[in-house]
Design a protein around this ligand. Structure first.
Ligand SMILES: *Cc1c(COP(=O)(O)O)cnc(C)c1O
Length: 368
């Protein structure tokens, strides 16, 4: 028997969430964002589930060249967008061979692209800095990029893109969208601007036929703005169920302490379960006492500090709980669900980080 912790990936939930993204995208095409190993769900697994059908993804967006090549070697033929472009000039030959589309986000990349001897025109995505000030060309650089690319024989079709800093925040997208539109000017090129938050919240960012959107977190069943709208309000289904079992149960008396530093102290007699899951599995170490968890499908709370291999949970009101009882860290148990967003909020982080952090030693399973 192996340690009971597992991550179960529900592929039909993934397809359902893509259908919600599609509905919001209207006539725009959908890049399914699968960077960071498909937000921890398995990039190849996610791409296979969303590839090869009319209601699948129109393309896949990521930042890791090795993963993109693995997709091609697996026979995935949809367009692939490399959202940080190439990191070294030598990679361009691989982009060409595997039919990968780079973002060009700075003039250095434009120069390297133009200096490369490529056998065929390559579709390009020019990233514009509209206020996030991470990657992207500034307005004065955009004109230079265009004139350079116009004189370059292997420049393929160009899409303009940008990324929003506040699509999930009160500031919203107005300022960045206005800057984008003024930079894109009268060029009438296809555009790609919306992440999950913008797609759900700002229909004006979605574009028209021929444009693209780039949802990530919503495909995995996370809300991009859990304080405003929960995943279930949006109609999203959890894709990952992070699950383990009780490996010990004990009774405490008033004054007994739990875990490292003993910072949880029992106020009276209580029953406590020990779960085979800790930060060594990717459970957030900063999750405090009171973080929600399901035991046999019933919502309860964690107690004390998260250790590398174990967390403790309150078994009050769950008398049937015993060694071997299923514990859901997030995801589904029968008809019950615990949002990764709720766990993330309790731990002061976001579902993105929880999903990405699920560790190598956790066994992955798929349900169709
Ligand atoms: C990660 C990423 C996305 C997807 O963002 P979500 O908030 O997960 O929808 C879209 N565009 C770019 C450039 C990204 O890096």
């Amino acid at each position: 028997m192996s340690r009971p912790i597992r991550a179960r990936i529900d592929l039909s939930a993934l397809r359902h969430n893509l259908s919600i993204a599609r509905r919001h995208a209207r006539a725009s095409h959908v890049w399914a964002v699968i960077k960071a190993n498909g937000y921890g769900h398995g990039a190849l697994r996610v791409a296979r589930a969303l590839s090869g059908s009319a209601d699948g993804a129109d393309g896949f967006a990521l930042v890791e060249l090795e993963t993109a090549i693995a997709l091609r070697e697996d026979g995935i033929y949809e367009p692939i967008l490399m959202m940080e472009g190439f990191y070294a000039p030598e990679e361009l030959a691989l982009f060409s061979w595997h039919n990968l589309q780079p973002v060009l986000h700075c003039l250095d990349q434009v120069e390297i692209f133009c200096a490369a001897g490529l056998p065929a025109p390559m579709p390009l995505h020019l990233k514009l800095n509209t206020g996030m000030n991470r990657l992207g060309l500034n307005p004065d650089e955009l004109d230079i990029a265009f004139s350079r690319l116009e004189s370059c024989a292997h420049t393929g079709p160009i899409t303009l893109m940008t990324h929003f800093a506040d699509a999930d925040e009160p500031r919203g997208v107005d300022e960045q969208l206005a800057r984008f539109q003024s930079m894109a000017g009268g060029r009438s090129l296809p555009v790609s601007v919306a992440n999950s938050a913008a797609l759900l919240r700002f229909p004006e960012t979605v574009g028209r036929e021929g444009d693209w959107v780039r949802p990530g977190i919503m495909l995995y069943g996370g809300s991009p703005f859990p304080a405003m709208q929960t995943a279930s309000d949006i109609g999203l289904a959890p894709v990952m169920t992070f699950e383990s079992e009780l490996i010990s149960v004990r009774d405490l008396a008033a004054g007994d302490r739990v875990g490292y530093a003993g910072n949880f102290v029992a106020e009276g007699a209580m029953r406590v379960g020990v779960v085979a899951c800790g930060y060594g599995d990717g459970y957030p170490r900063h999750a405090p006492t009171g973080t929600p968890v399901l035991v046999d499908g019933m919502r309860t709370r964690t107690l004390g500090r998260v250790s590398m291999d174990k967390i403790c949970v309150d078994l009050a009101g769950i008398p049937q709980a015993d060694v071997g009882t299923t514990v859901t860290l997030w995801g589904r148990h029968g008809s019950m669900r615990l949002e990764a967003d709720d766990v993330a909020t309790a731990a002061g982080t976001v579902s993105y980080e929880l999903f990405c952090a699920v560790a190598q030693r956790v066994r992955f399973e798929e349900v169709a």
